[in-house]
Design a protein around this ligand. Structure first.
Ligand code: PLP
Length: 503
């Protein structure tokens, strides 16, 4: 399988090259040259455990990797030790009162958010890709984070040979627990820095560095190359395809769907459009999907886009209680546009130019139609998010985090508007409720707590659940990183840290 760019029709790369480069030089994103169709394999795949299924999916897309290499990546990434169980994900029915919804818990990894599903394996893909595509080079992983990617990248890459990681997070745009997770990070090859701005500022700064030829040349002469752990990297998206197939087969095995051509809906709390795009790719490969339900918080640029066909980022930015979705420029939407516009690089390059020049672009009628046929969009504000947490807790005895609650709420909107109660729906549950303890606690109880850790104890008591040990143990961990810079200083910070880091 070769890869091409969404903006330049002449680019062709191997999987290893696409993973090492992260983003195409002209700013486009790498996509597979064609989508493999697995419809006839579903009955065989339905029998597989998670790791075996992952190997099957990866083999289709990483054709320059041997079967042994792929197996090695998977076995190192999804260990019982890292994911508290043999199967790294769990499907939990929320089916009281005849409802037809299932939460796909994707947060049993080391950092308690779904990002671990990809970021535990990306370092494996990347170190093997480096050997193939850029022997002798060391990778500097640059990452902008709205909270969860940063920590997951740090955990995934810490002490991985021939790599170093630099994470930029918006100073006031992450939860107290997310910040604490990052600033206390251990590992000899990691750096963390706050940016005085929001996530879009951090993401734009990182993207600028990726297209900065001077900086790249400087690094190249030191045998370093830049790569990305953001979901613009194909190696981040690919692992996410697996769990949508897996959840479908779970529904089949527990009888919620009767035959392997029954359709499901997939609802995803969305920020950068990575997780929901992986679901879309799974359907392109033959997973039977009726509708993708794209759930946004108050930063509802995607909901408006799905409703109107116009993407307009010229709007106020809100810091919400689902901070990992506080994004106005959803990078991976570019890959969807590419697919919806019959893979026209010309059309995609035009949309992206309009977006960067004017902050807005509009699809043509035909493309709007195909967008709306597959996608339902809805918005859930902070108050509704807390009400949803409370409702799910009261009615189902289940505690969900703020991001997951946004998706549950928008799924309910979908049911109300379409009347579709029949189609079983997988809702991506993207973080542990303990990652956003203060918000979640405020939804189910009125007690005031002295700090985040007192809140954890209170939430454990009220919900009769146990907080993940890796979060509670942060209490006594010393802070290692406290620097804050302006968004203009990111290039210099990178120069300084790769030298200081001595990578
Ligand atoms: C990153 C994140 C999201 C958004 O995922 P995208 O792939 O960026 O759309 C949703 N919820 C949580 C908890 C996250 O960490």
């Amino acid at each position: 399988m070769m890869y091409k760019s969404t903006r330049d029709p002449d680019i062709r790369l191997s999987a290893a090259q696409a993973i090492v480069q992260g983003i195409s030089p002209e700013g486009g994103l790498f996509v597979p040259e064609s989508m493999p169709n697995v419809s006839t394999q579903l009955s065989v795949w339905a029998e597989l455990d998670y790791k075996s299924l992952a190997k099957e999916v990866f083999a289709l897309f990483l054709s320059d990797f041997s079967a042994e290499e792929i197996s090695d990546c998977v076995e190192r990434a999804y260990t019982t030790e890292k994911f508290d169980d043999d199967e790294p994900v769990k499907l939990v029915p929320l089916t009281e009162q005849g409802r037809n919804r299932y939460l796909l818990e994707l947060w049993h990894g080391p950092t308690c958010a779904f990002k671990d599903m990809a970021l535990q394996i990306l370092p494996q893909f990347l170190t093997k890709s480096l050997k193939k595509a850029a022997p002798g080079k060391k990778a500097v992983i640059l990452t902008a984070t709205s909270g969860d990617t940063g920590k997951a990248a740090l955990e995934g890459f810490k002490d991985v040979p021939d790599t170093s990681v630099i994470v930029f997070y918006p100073q006031n745009g992450v939860s107290p627990m997310q910040k604490r997770q990052m600033v206390t990070q251990d590992g000899s090859n990691v750096t963390v820095c706050a940016i005085d701005g929001n996530f879009d500022d951090a993401q734009a700064a990182v993207k600028r560095i990726f297209t900065d030829d001077t900086l790249k040349a400087e690094m190249g002469s030191g045998d370093m190359l830049l790569s990305s752990a953001n979901s613009i990297n194909w190696g981040r998206l690919l692992p996410q395809i697996v769990y949508y197939f897996y959840s479908y087969f779970q529904l089949y095995r527990n009888g919620a769907i009767k035959s392997l051509d029954d359709k499901i809906n997939i609802a995803v709390p969305t920020g950068n459009f990575g997780n929901i795009l992986a679901a879309y790719y799974a359907s392109c490969m033959g997973l039977p999907v009726n509708r993708f339900i794209c759930a946004s918080n108050t930063n509802c640029v995607l909901t408006d886009f799905i409703l109107t066909g116009t993407y307009d980022r010229r709007r106020e930015f809100f810091a919400t209680n689902s901070p990992s979705m506080d994004i106005l420029v959803s990078s991976n939407l570019e890959r969807l546009l590419f697919a919806l516009s019959d893979e026209s690089c010309e059309a995609v390059a035009k949309y992206m130019r309009e977006l960067s020049d004017t902050g807005v672009y509009s699809l043509d009628e035909k493309t709007i139609e195909s967008l709306q046929k597959s996608f339902f969009g809805g918005t859930c504000n902070d108050v509704e998010t807390l009400q949803t947490i409370k409702k799910v807790f009261t009615e189902e005895g289940y505690l969900c985090d703020t991001h997951t609650a946004v998706a549950v709420n928008v799924y309910d909107q979908y049911v109300q508007q379409t009347g579709d109660t029949a189609t079983p729906t997988v809702i991506a549950s993207t973080a542990s409720p303990y990652k956003f303890t203060s918000s979640v606690l405020s939804a189910v109880d009125s007690c005031k707590c002295a700090d985040e850790f007192a809140a954890i104890a209170a939430l454990e008591r009220i919900s009769k659940t146990k907080a993940p040990a890796q979060l509670f143990s942060l209490k006594d961990k010393p802070v290692r990183f406290s620097e804050v810079i302006s968004k203009e200083q990111t290039e210099d910070f990178v120069r300084r840290s790769v030298r200081i880091g001595g990578v």
